[in-house]
Design a protein around this ligand. Structure first.
Ligand SMILES: Nc1ncnc2c1ncn2[C@@H]1O[C@H](COP(=O)(O)OP(=O)(O)O)[C@@H](O)[C@H]1O
Ligand SMILES: [Mg+2]
Length: 232
């Protein structure tokens, strides 16, 4: 093993361990919070701080599961299952999952034309990839906007695209958005609940499938993320 490789493995191990170690205190916070809420209810005390704690704890939980997931996808020696994945069904399912949430924000979340093609991949990873792109599109688009997912054959690849009419990404940030914990607007991202790992996970999934990802974006007009994954 080359030194650089073992350093990478150590880092990956650290990321996974940190994720797992977070889970215990989070579980304790949640169990205690449940008991506390019950006590408050019995005593007819209204206390909004319990909501604040619940939300913070849920975010920590997401951070922990993102860290664990990232370490898993980035691990070259983990034996995740690769097989034929029906991408049409995948895109249909993910779109359906987002539609009710989108409606509450008055955003049209729709599926465009999709190619009926298979890629060789890991269904769970690919689902997470599309879900992360979709949730960003939703998160960074204001009310009344549109998000559209579609796919097409592009040479020997399947191109999956997620487009939004949202806030867009400044040119000088485009090269950084796939970095861990990078966020263009920390305040907005934090208020919306992002930990800044979503696109790192997307990039790791794309790499695990020997694909590539590109972004075109215009501030104030919207963004398009295009992923290419080799066809089966
Ligand atoms: N569709 C999008 N429109 C505008 N900005 C985006 C979009 N997707 C990602 N970004 C920017 O890239 C940053 C990193 O994205 P991500 O890794 O998913 O983290 P986050 O948890 O903040 O969503 C976001 O904080 C945001 O600034
Ligand atoms: Mg995100």
């Amino acid at each position: 093993m080359r030194p650089a490789e073992s350093a990478m493995q150590l880092l990956r191990r650290f990321v996974a361990d940190a994720g797992h170690e977070l889970n215990t205190p989070i579980a304790i916070i949640e169990a205690s919070l449940e008991a506390l809420t019950e006590i408050l209810r019995e005593n007819n005390v209204k206390e909004e701080l319990t909501e604040v704690i619940a939300k913070a704890s849920a975010r920590m939980g997401e951070l922990a599961s993102d860290l664990i997931f990232l370490a898993q996808v980035e691990n070259p020696i983990s034996h995740y299952v690769m097989g034929p994945v029906k991408t049409k069904k995948l895109l249909e399912d993910v779109t359906k999952d987002f539609q009710s949430l989108a409606k509450t924000r008055d955003i049209h979340f729709k599926l465009g034309a999709v190619a009926d093609e298979e890629v060789i991949g890991n269904l769970e990873f690919l689902r997470r990839m599309v879900t992360n792109l979709g949730s960003n599109a939703l998160r960074y688009t204001d009310e009344g906007g549109t998000v559209i997912i579609w796919s097409e054959v592009d040479g020997r690849d399947l191109a999956i695209k997620v487009s939004d009419t949202g806030i867009g990404i400044p040119d000088d940030s485009i090269n950084h958005i796939f970095d861990r914990f990078y966020r263009v607007d920390k305040a907005r991202a934090r208020a919306a609940g992002g930990a800044g790992l979503g696109l790192s996970i997307v990039k790791a999934v794309v790499d695990a499938h020997r694909g590539d990802i590109s972004v075109s974006s215009e501030v104030g007009r919207g963004s398009t993320f295009k992923v290419r994954i080799p066809l089966a």
